[in-house]
Design a protein around this ligand. Structure first.
Ligand SMILES: C[S@@+](CC[C@H](N)C(=O)[O-])C[C@H]1O[C@@H](n2cnc3c(N)ncnc32)[C@H](O)[C@@H]1O
Length: 257
């Protein structure tokens, strides 16, 4: 990614953000791996889950962001974390599990990268992936809408900040099944309880909003956030207790080589 991630902002919703990797890990059919790699490890929250499930394995975290790697090393000082770009990185022989929670949606042409990584695994090796499948949710559509309709439009058109839709499960099946002894693909739709519309905006400041906000500064950035917050408040009405539900569909893939 062109801009750095803020580990602090990302971890504001740590409980909610760690639920999908827990759900993904629960379906990984490996009991005693020796070499495990957490791809796009972020601040180490997903790495921590892997270590808890596989205390005897060599678990390594990879990320492209220095800020995330710094946080991960502080959190898990005895473990190895390294900088790598998944677009070009390849596993060494004998890797038992590649775990990738909430990262491949940011990697250009990720289906081809997934196929390449699966192909590199030994027989029985597992590639486990989770990605948000939310590009048609109001929270994402409204980012794009705001980006086209303000004084920031030209800057953001050049930045090309919007994420592409994920391919369908059929597409992943046709791509990965020829290389898989077993392939499991499913969706889960979470409904995260947020304190209010501002909570939704804070959530996406740690992820999807970052490419929209990074090219803007000062008043432009504040103006974008205000326009987005107003639209979010209309799209996510308050429940009886003032809270709002952030609907969040996610796609899961577990492929066994
Ligand atoms: C949403 S965070 C996920 C963090 C963690 N895996 C989790 O489960 O919460 C996505 C991470 O992917 C990293 N990332 C994005 N593009 C990447 C790339 N091309 N190569 C490696 N890491 C990348 C970001 O720096 C960020 O830390």
């Amino acid at each position: 990614m062109a801009e750095d991630w803020s580990a602090r902002q990302y971890l504001k919703f740590e409980d909610e953000r760690t639920r999908p990797p827990r759900d993904l890990l629960a379906q990984v059919p490996v009991s005693a791996p020796r070499h495990v790699i957490d791809l796009g490890c972020g601040p180490g929250n997903s790495t921590e889950l892997l270590i808890a499930r596989y205390p005897d394995a060599d678990v390594i975290g990879l990320d492209s962001s220095p800020d995330m790697l710094r946080q991960a090393r502080e959190r898990l000082p005895k473990r190895t974390f390294a900088q790598a770009d998944l677009a070009t990185w390849s596993p060494q022989d004998r890797t038992d599990l590649l775990f990738a929670n909430a990262v491949f949606q940011w990697v250009p042409d990720h289906p081809a990268v997934l196929r390449r990584l699966l192909e590199a695994l030994p027989e029985g090796g597992v590639l486990a992936v989770q990605m948000p499948d939310n590009t048609n949710e109001p929270a994402l559509l409204l980012m794009e809408e705001v980006s086209r309709t303000g004084p920031w439009a030209a800057t953001l058109a050049a930045a090309n900040a919007a994420r592409n839709d994920l391919p369908s499960p059929d597409g992943y099946y046709d791509l990965l099944k020829p290389l898989s002894a077993h392939l499991d693909i499913w969706h889960t739709v979470y409904n995260h309880v947020m304190a209010g519309p501002e909570g939704i905006v804070e959530w996406f400041k740690g992820s999807g909003l970052r490419p929209f906000l990074a090219p803007l500064d000062g008043d432009m950035r504040d103006g974008f956030v205000a326009a987005y917050t107003a639209r979010i408040a209309r799209a996510y009405p308050a429940r009886f207790d003032g809270k709002v539900l952030l609907r969040f569909p996610r796609l899961f893939i577990v492929a066994v080589r």
